[in-house]
Design a protein around this ligand. Structure first.
Ligand code: SF4
Length: 314
């Protein structure tokens, strides 16, 4: 039929990480003897007074970007007199590599490697999103990369409890088109189920070795999402055996919550309540080259995608 509308939510890992976690990372990066490691996108997410990038330029923060936390492990092994802190951001796709790095660090007796865990678990986040009043969606396209780790069974509650269909999809154009078709067929049949279009890389059960590594190192805990607030069991903390790697022990004092910049509606965009173009900063004071809010930072962010593909860049 004419008119299916695709809405982005509940945000990419960069979008959902609240400013308070960024502020913790900035404070750690300013501690004597600390070098902070983060993924490149996290450099530009706003904290209380600027981003890691501006803190590096103006406050003497020591920050190095990485593409894998293994780089931080090797730095720590080679520089035992310095503290290497990894800013751990990501969904289930990314978390196993962090678990693997901490397991290796423990085996090698490395004591100067620390982790600031700001991970997010998708099923509790989706449950929180779908429990919002007036959410107004008819079906979900579910991420194939996360599903490769956790398995499609993790989403069965969406059909059982919320009576909504879902399709696990890959990231090619044909994947998305097929997922939309499968959703429309289920909606037309009135039979909400969870189907998997991405069977070339994901199945119902997920990756048992990756899940076991995550369970060994981490335990679920409540976590704050931009847009959703505190979501029970949607984050991860370190298990007791790995508590020595907790970067929180290096922080002096509490870091208060950090509001989004004035005018930014990232929270509403993340939950699909408003479109990026409804933000008064969109395309003016907020662009991918100069992001004011978190959803404009990463290419996966809803505002960046709208800017690049929805005409904002024209
Ligand atoms: Fe936030 Fe920028 Fe999006 Fe506005 S346009 S909601 S400031 S990221």
């Amino acid at each position: 039929p004419a008119g299916p509308r695709l809405i982005s939510g509940p945000g990419c890992p960069v979008c959902v990480t609240p400013g308070r976690e960024v502020e913790k990372a900035i404070r750690l990066a300013c501690e004597p003897g600390v070098l902070l490691f983060c993924f490149p996108d996290m450099l530009r997410v706003p904290g209380a007074c600027g981003s890691l990038e501006t803190a590096r330029a103006t406050r003497g923060a020591r920050v190095r970007t990485i593409y894998s936390p293994i780089e931080a492990l090797e730095f720590a092994a080679g520089e035992p007199g310095r503290k290497a802190v990894i800013f751990g951001v990501g969904f289930e796709t990314t978390i196993p590599i962090f678990a693997s790095v901490l397991r290796r660090a423990r085996e090698r007796g490395i004591r100067n490697l620390f982790l600031l865990p700001a991970f997010k678990l998708l099923p509790p986040g989706l449950a929180a999103l779908l429990s919002r009043p007036g959410i107004g969606v008819d079906g979900l396209i579910l991420p194939g990369n996360v599903t490769a780790v956790i398995g499609a069974d993790a989403y069965r509650f969406i059909a059982a409890r919320h009576r909504l269909p879902g399709v696990v999809a890959g990231f090619e154009t044909s994947d998305i088109l097929r997922a939309v078709l499968m959703l429309l067929e289920m909606i037309a049949d009135g039979e909400p189920r969870i189907l998997n279009e991405y069977t070339r890389f994901s199945d119902d059960r997920g990756n048992a070795a990756a899940l076991a590594a995550v369970r060994e190192v981490f335990a679920p805990r409540d976590s704050v999402w931009r847009g959703l607030g505190t979501v029970p069991g949607s984050g991860l903390g370190l298990n007791e055996a790995y508590a020595a790697f907790d970067a929180g022990t290096l922080l002096d004092g509490e870091v208060p919550p950090v509001p989004d910049p004035p005018g930014c509606i990232c929270g509403d965009v993340i939950v699909g309540a408003r479109e990026p173009e409804e933000c008064t900063l969109f395309g003016g004071r907020c662009t991918p080259s100069r992001p004011a809010g978190a959803c404009m930072v990463s290419g996966e962010g809803a505002c960046a995608a709208h800017y690049l593909y929805g005409g904002g860049a024209a």
